[in-house]
Design a protein around this ligand. Structure first.
Ligand code: FES
Length: 86
């Protein structure tokens, strides 16, 4: 179980290796939706705050996340559609 902050609410989610963070949230009933393509366009509806002390559990930010989030990555923000559990 991992604690994730999404839209100012905290959720505990079950995770599995290779799973996308967004899928873990949806599986727990968190209403995450998005109308972006995850490559060139985002409305950031899947933006989450992941605890920095457990950042090692997720894959490195993708180029898309780096471009979209910039300095927010340092604060633990991730796009849940891009981050995978290792
Ligand atoms: S699902 Fe839209 S940016 Fe992640």
């Amino acid at each position: 179980m991992r604690r994730i902050k999404y839209r100012d609410e905290e959720y505990l989610v079950h995770t599995r290796s290779g799973m996308r963070l967004i899928d873990a949230l949806v599986e727990q009933g968190v209403p995450v939706t998005c109308d972006c393509d995850g490559r060139a366009h985002t409305t950031e509806q899947c933006l989450v705050q992941w605890p920095k002390d457990t950042a090692f559990l997720l894959t490195e930010p993708t180029e898309f996340e780096r471009r979209q989030l910039g300095d927010r990555l340092e604060k633990g923000h991730r796009l849940a559609c891009q981050a995978l559990f290792k």
